[in-house]
Write a protein that binds this ligand. Structure first.
Ligand code: NAP
Length: 291
């Protein structure tokens, strides 16, 4: 148990619903591991109350919060400042309170890039990436890969208009090229000729649909390409299993979940996050279905 006193620094998470979030477990484990006087609590914030909830960060002197679905865009008008990546992505998942001044960050894409570097040993600089999907996570990951120096981002989505929107954001704000491709064998085969990384940012393969894999592309995989999945439940998706069978290196979404939290932890506390302890508790919770 964390020992909460009058001096304890409080961090929160705003979402609706919020009860399924793994962040309270991950962060409270980290605080306990380092024996620092912080605690992390969930706040179910109704969509009508976002402004009041953000004002409460100042009123209650919270050190900061995470922000999750559906509030990542809605909090922005109530903040004092945005980090460059949060401004480009147009979404905030972390707020830091510095003496009443609230700054919004987006650590989701940064978490993916850190996982790519630390877990897969790959630097995105100069790489060509195929992103499957064009939802909120694709926007964060695509922009951050481009800011980290990726040469080209191909966007492939069931609904192409959403991919076009992200391609425009990347092209307007970064040095990377961005191109939308149809989800066809011909287009994907051609892109695979130059790509080093494929990222599934769709929800295909998420619990309980273990057997589902992204259509068309799974059959086209070849050795030498890194296949990443943002889905973290299960830790190893059907897509990653199929990719490994084809001789590809793979990267689970668990790393992105971990490092987006680790970067937020470092912003709030000013100290390195205990990533091994955080990863163990996340993995145990997901694999043993106790969360
Ligand atoms: P989202 O905004 O709802 O976007 C979902 C995307 O998946 C859309 O592009 C959607 O296509 C596509 N999609 C869904 N079902 C599909 C299907 N049957 N066939 C083809 N495309 C399909 O969701 P999100 O927030 O980006 O999250 C996507 C996944 O990433 C989820 O599994 C989530 O758990 C995971 N995620 C992981 C992390 C992490 O830390 N590892 C962080 C965020 C999200 P349309 O546009 O055509 O509807």
């Amino acid at each position: 148990m964390l020992r909460i006193t009058g001096k304890t620094t409080v961090i929160g998470i705003f979402g609706y619903p919020v009860e399924h979030s793994l962040s309270p477990l991950m962060h409270n484990t980290a605080f306990k591991h380092l024996n620092i006087d912080y605690c992390y609590v969930p706040f179910p914030v109704h969509p009508d109350k976002v402004g009041e909830a953000v004002a409460a960060i100042r009123a209650l002197r919270l050190r900061g919060v995470n922000v999750t679905i559906p509030h990542k865009q809605a909090v922005i008008p109530f903040l004092d400042e945005l980090s460059p990546e949060a401004r480009i992505i147009g979404a905030v998942n972390t707020i830091v309170n510095r003496d009443g001044a609230l700054k919004g960050y987006n650590t989701d894409g940064q978490g993916f890039v850190r996982s790519l570097r630390e877990d897969a040993g790959m630097d995105p600089a100069g790489k060509t990436v195929i992103l499957l999907g064009a939802g909120g996570s694709a926007r964060g990951v695509g922009v951050q890969l481009a800011l980290a120096g990726a040469k080209k981002v191909y966007l492939v989505n069931r609904t192409p208009e959403k991919a076009e929107e992200i391609a425009k954001v990347i092209a307007d704000n970064t040095k990377a090229q961005a191109e939308v491709l149809p989800w066809t064998k011909e287009a994907l085969e051609q892109a695979l000729g130059t790509a080093q990384i494929i990222v599934n940012t769709t929800s295909i393969g998420m619990f309980p649909y273990y057997a589902s894999v992204p259509p068309v592309i799974t059959a086209l995989l070849r050795p030498g390409i890194l296949v990443a999945d943002l889905v973290y439940n299960p830790v190893e998706t059907g897509f990653l299993t199929a990719a490994a069978e084809k001789g590809c290196a793979t990267l689970s979404g668990l790393g992105m979940l971990l490092y987006q939290g680790a970067i937020a932890f470092e912003l709030w506390t000013g100290q390195p996050a205990p990533v091994t302890a955080m990863q163990e508790v996340l993995r145990g919770c997901i694999e043993n279905r106790i969360c």
